[in-house]
Every structure is written in structure tokens, then in C-alpha cells.
Design a protein around this ligand. Sequence first.
Ligand SMILES: [Zn+2]
Ligand SMILES: [Zn+2]
Length: 334
Amino acid sequence: MIEYLNIVILTGRPDLKITLYGTRGSIPVSRPDVQQHGGNTTCLRVESAALPEGMALVVDAGSGYVPLCGDLLKEGIFNISLLFSHWHHDHTQGLCLAPHTFIPSARLNVWGPCEDDLGPEGVFRHLMRAPFFPVDFGFVQERFDCHNIKSCTDQVLICHPDVGLTSISQEMLEEMEQADVWTLGERDLPLDECLVIKMWRTNHPQMTISYRFEERSSGKVFVFLTDHENTDGYPTELLSHVSGADLLVQDCQYSRERYDTQTKGFGHGTPDYCAGLMVKGGCRKLGITHHDPGAHDEQVQDRVKETLTALRQLDTEASEEAVFACADLMCLAL
Ligand SMILES: [Zn+2]
Ligand SMILES: [Zn+2]
């Protein structure tokens, strides 16, 4: 049995479940004043009835990926489908030292952005080689099945319990939505047994992907939007990407004041911007994440207060529970 720090049940009937293993931005931290929110960098697990038994769906492999893999081993899970938002160190640094990378029977089905011909496989070859790491990627690569994401608009990921996770075209999804089935060879798989994962390219240095998880059986929607900066405002494509989400987890690394004076162009968000997107996108709940490594727990809570103040200026009825700060080992049941 895994003991979570925090369990937040958002609805009466949990369908989609998200467990956060790393919510810190930029670098892992360890100090007495960050115990409440934790110090590991980005990693989370998505659980749904649409996943095959024995498969874990994970987003990013920041330092939180190491404890996540430890928990998966306790459950006897060796099969991981791993989606990467992008390749900055804080989203990959757990990969080299996670047990599944070295267990011969483990299978890692990896998806991530491919820009300038550099996708997951090429990135791992850079990460795992001397003098940066003692084990060469060639030694472990047979466990990895790497897939490039070149376009967030043309490609969609889809998962069915009998099939696992794969990629289809946006056009094909539209045809499937007309017919309500996914025809695969001789089989017709009901679309409402699937988890559909749509993508949007964020505003961040290097290609970065936000993932929108739609569990078709329950209608629940979770959007993970990290490493995204305010500067483009609220483009229509972004609003439709987050539209109606039951839970939006969004990068809110800096206060508006710090952003305006020191961190513009760093690729991260602010409380007022997060509140604006939540309201314009009609999202039910907002979890702020990618906490500043320099921020102690009280300062992370200050970001929540700033977000709530901005939210109430846009929606006077907004409740205090609408916004919270993500924390390592927090489990969110939608
Ligand atoms: Zn980051
Ligand atoms: Zn980044």
C-alpha cells in the first residue's frame, strides 16, 4: 500500500486519478522549509480504466520519476508508457537513475517532442554517455521503444485497455468520433473505452508539449500545462486545449512582481495568468505547479493567494477550494 502525503478527492466518483511525484521547477531542492510541497522535479502518473492492466502512464521523468518507479516496483509494474513535455534537465534527470532503465524485463514506451531531428532516442543517447553518465544508452536501449512527436496539431495519442498507447492522426480521430468506434484490423473498439490524449505546443524555449487527457467513459478531462509563459496571452487554440477541464495543473513559478522585474522570457507562468486561463477555459479546478526552487512553503502558498485574488476579480463566486498548490505525493482523484 502506498502512503500518500495528501489525497484530494475532487468528485464523488473518482475515475481518472493523478499522482504527483515532482512539482518543483528547474532543480530539485531539499530543505526544512520545502517539506510541505516537496522538492522533486516534474513527474506524474495518470491512472484510468482505459489503460491496460500492468501498464503505468507517466508524464516527464524529473527527479520525482525515481520514487515513482520505486512505487511501481512495489505494484509489480514493469511496463511504462512515458510522455515527455520537453527535454530540459528538470524533466529528464530521473531517467538515468530509475530502476526501470536497468531492469531487463522492463518495457518503456516513450513519446516526446522531436525538433531539428532530435527526438527521444537522440536525447537519451546524449544523456547517457561518458563523461556525463557512466552507462551508455546502447547498454539499456533494447528496453526503450521511442516515438517522435513532430506536430501537436496533426497527431493524437490514444489508449485502449486491449491495445495500449499509440498514435493516430487528428483526421482519424475525427472519423472515429463520427462512428464512435476505433476500427483496428478486424476489431471495433468502442471509443468510450479509450483515453484520448491531445497536445498543444506551449510558449517555452524548445518544443514543449502540454497534454490533455480525455477519459471518454467518464467524460473527465485533465490538462497538464507546464513550462508555459504568459507572453502570447490566451490564443484560441490554447482555450480549446484547456476547455472544460475538471483539473488544470499549470506552471505558476513566479509572482507577477518577480516576473515583471527579473524573469520575463524564462518560459514560466504567473498567478494572474493562470487564473485568467482557468476562467476563460472554463476549468473547474486549478493546481499550480513548477514551484520556484527558491520558494519556501509559505511563498508557494503566497502564489495560491495571488491566484485566488486574481480569480475573484474575474469570477466573484470562485471558492477558496478552486485553487491549490500541487505537492509531491499528492493524489488527485477526478
Ligand atoms: Zn521545467
Ligand atoms: Zn523547461
